[in-house]
Each structure stands twice: as C-alpha cells, then as structure tokens.
Design a protein. Structure first.
Length: 215
C-alpha cells in the first residue's frame, strides 16, 4: 500500500476493517446488481466539499474475486465503461498472488488476513474510452472514507430484508426492501481529524434514499 504519509498503524487499521467485513460474508447476499448509497460525516469534511465515493457496488458474489467498487455517483455506477468515471476498488487477493512487496509488508507488520489467506487490495481506477483501466494509489483521505464505509457496512448489511414481492419471479438476484441505516463509527487514533473521534455513517439501498441524520 504505497500511499504518501501513511503510517504502519493506519495500514493495520485498514486491514482490520477489511478482515471484519470479510468475516460477515456480505458477498453471499450482495451482488453487482445491488447498489448502495454511503454518506460519511458532512460534505464539508471532504475535499471539494462532497462525498468522495457515495455509491457502492459489491462484486464477486456471482463469481470471480470478491470485493467492492466505490463510485463518484450513481450515474458512474451505471456507465462505468465511460471515459471519465473514477472508482475506488477494494478486493481480497490470495497471498500467493500478491506482489512480493505487499507480501513482505503483510509479514513485517503482522497484518490481519481476511479469511485464511486473503488480504485486501485497494486501488483507484479510471475507466478509459478504450475499455481499459488506469490505476493509481488512493490518497489518505480516500482510505479514511473506505475505512469508515467498511466499518459501517459490516454492521448494517445483515439488517437488509429480502422483498419477494418485487423483481422477476425466477430471478437469481435477491431484491431487498428500501433501507436506510445510520451508525456511529469510531476513528482509530491515526485517522482522527479535527479532534473528532466518531463519525456518523449512513448506508442506504437503493442509493438516493433520504439521509436524515448527519453530524
């Protein structure tokens, strides 16, 4: 995780949050067709005075590597093959497939694994008009946002209730009742900004549900 100014404790907190989310087995219920809204604190808490990645999609529940995509907007989620969409992508990678530098880091810092031999990988990618992806390392601010999301969604996604009255009769995709839940997430000491050690995080499904609580 090559991020300017990042500390070992920051990295350890990210890995702990990723491992906690992994253990909730969210990917057994959530598929790419399910989009979620996320709001962390106030818009003014973030650069540009807006939420960095307010739309979330879980991937891997229907096959492939498990992880999640975080989008700049719901529209980006729907057209992520466009030329300007930027996403924050988190996935869980088998240790044997990791870059040697990342394997060395997990051992030297004794980082917590997700499952038996998986470790999180977080990248920011822009979808290019050619169909490829241009990757860059996330910023510290983006990682703070991802950390808060992982902590919050670990708590709230088990509260989703399936709605069997909507959707195609023989669809393999589960449909959920509209959902909005707000929880307080404690920042680890190395992520505290402005003296506030707690941030309010709201998760909604589908995106666009009213956010009625903010701090």
């Amino acid at each position: 995780m090559k991020v300017e100014g990042i500390s070992p404790n920051f990295v350890k907190s990210m890995y702990r949050a990723a491992a906690a989310l992994y253990r909730t087995d969210s990917w057994k219920r959530l598929q790419p067709g399910h989009l979620f809204g996320i709001r962390v604190g106030k818009d003014t808490d973030w650069s540009g005075k807006k939420q960095p990645f307010p739309c979330i999609q879980f991937i891997g529940g229907d096959g492939g590597d498990i992880g999640f995509n975080m989008f700049r907007s719901k529209n980006d989620a729907k057209k992520m093959t466009g030329s300007r969409e930027t996403i924050d992508q988190g996935s869980h990678e088998i240790e044997s497939l990791m870059f040697p530098s990342n394997r060395k880091m997990t051992k030297s810092l004794s980082l917590e694994a997700s499952g038996t031999d998986h470790f999180p990988v977080i990248d920011v990618a822009r979808c290019m008009s050619s169909g490829g992806l241009l990757f860059r390392n996330p910023t510290l601010e983006e990682l703070r946002f991802v950390h808060a999301f992982m902590k919050a969604v670990s708590l709230v996604h088990p509260l989703l209730n399936e709605d069997n009255e909507i959707g195609p009769k023989y669809s393999t995709l589960a449909y959920f009742e509209p959902f909005t839940e707000t929880v307080d997430v404690h920042w680890p000491p190395e992520m505290i900004r402005g003296g506030h050690d707690i941030v309010t995080v709201t998760v909604s499904h589908p995106p666009g549900q009213t956010f009625s609580h903010s701090r």
